[in-house]
Design a protein around this ligand. Structure first.
Ligand SMILES: [Zn+2]
Length: 325
């Protein structure tokens, strides 16, 4: 059966799959990234992992994978297929696409940025299904974003498009590792909420999930911490939607697991801030931590898919809303 290799490399774990033409997962595997062993060992493991998947496809599905897609963190040059830099993995200028192409016998390989690749999956087959224009924002240790336009995700001229976490929402506010002050990430990431709630409640081990629970039980201090994060996030989102006019805002990551504890006040905070702008739908991400792997599969299929009747092909006439290639 025709299939592709999908691989999502994270700071702690790698997720892989063989993906069929309709997006079905034929095989899945996980293993630790093992970053403590250094970048060269991680790169060697990525190549080994991909080669094992390639062999598995031949053994179990009767033919070699037609293409591969790989998502990695940090700064990624998707056009050149180079993993430029990742602080958590310690690598610089790794020509991953060329290395994988060589290791996998010359099949086409796509290299993607982790958040943009996850956003691609959320937009096409996850929470944004049907949205021709969307913004995907995962709230985790940091805050990043993926701008979806007509079935693909915009990388920008230099690979930095969508970095909503570094929009300044509180000028002169808390310093950010990027060098600026008052960045959104310092107020509305899961890490920032954890830090603020730990300070407010006096328990250094308390985190954002604990804060959400305290909000739900009516704790006033938790409510204040939470609302400050929601207000900062709404300020950042309104800047983004004013520029992008998206049909859907898809919010993921650890903080979104609070569900309506986040979404109800967030919708209200965004609604209060817009004037002429059209309100997009504001929805939780649907694919969880498999988004990156599913997106890597989509990148791979996009390299080879000339069958416009395929459900995952954005050229398909029945593909959501007015998609062109
Ligand atoms: Zn910043």
């Amino acid at each position: 059966m025709k299939h592709v290799i999908a691989l999502d490399v994270g700071g702690t774990g790698m997720k892989a799959a063989l993906v069929g033409p309709d997006g079905e997962l034929l095989h899945q595997a996980r293993r630790p990234t093992g970053r403590e062993r250094g970048p060269d060992a991680v790169v060697a493991d990525i190549l080994d992992f991909a080669a094992e998947l390639h062999a598995h496809g031949i053994d179990r599905h009767g033919e070699a994978a037609s293409a591969a897609g790989v998502a990695v963190p940090g700064i990624v040059d998707e056009a050149e297929g180079v993993a430029v830099y990742a602080a958590n993995l310690g690598w610089r200028d790794v020509p991953l696409r060329a290395l994988l192409t060589e290791r996998l016998g010359g099949i086409p390989v796509a290299l993607g940025h982790d958040v943009r690749t996850g956003g691609l999956a959320e937009g096409r087959i996850g929470a944004g299904q049907g949205a021709d224009r969307f913004l995907f924002v995962p709230l985790g240790t940091g805050i990043a974003g993926a701008i979806g336009i007509d079935g693909r995700v915009e990388a920008g001229a230099h690979g930095f498009a969508g970095e909503i976490g570094h929009i300044v929402v509180r000028p002169g506010g808390a310093p950010c590792p990027c060098g600026q002050r008052g960045c959104l990430e310092r107020f509305a990431s899961a890490a920032a909420v954890s830090e603020a709630w730990a300070a407010a409640c006096g328990d250094p081990g308390a985190d954002a999930a604990d804060c959400a629970k305290a909000v739900e039980s009516g704790d006033v201090r938790a409510g204040q911490v939470w609302q400050e994060a929601v207000d900062a996030f709404a300020d950042g989102l309104v800047t983004a939607l004013t520029l992008l006019d998206p049909r859907a805002l898809i919010i993921g990551g650890g903080l979104a697991e609070a569900g309506e504890t986040l979404f109800t006040p967030l919708r209200e905070a965004v609604r209060r801030r817009v004037t002429f702008q059209k309100l997009p739908s504001l929805v939780p991400a649907a694919l969880g931590d498999t988004a990156g792997c599913l997106g890597a599969g989509l990148l791979a299929w996009d390299l080879i898919d000339d069958d416009i009747t395929a459900p995952l092909n954005p050229s398909n006439p029945s593909y959501p809303s007015e998609v062109t290639t």
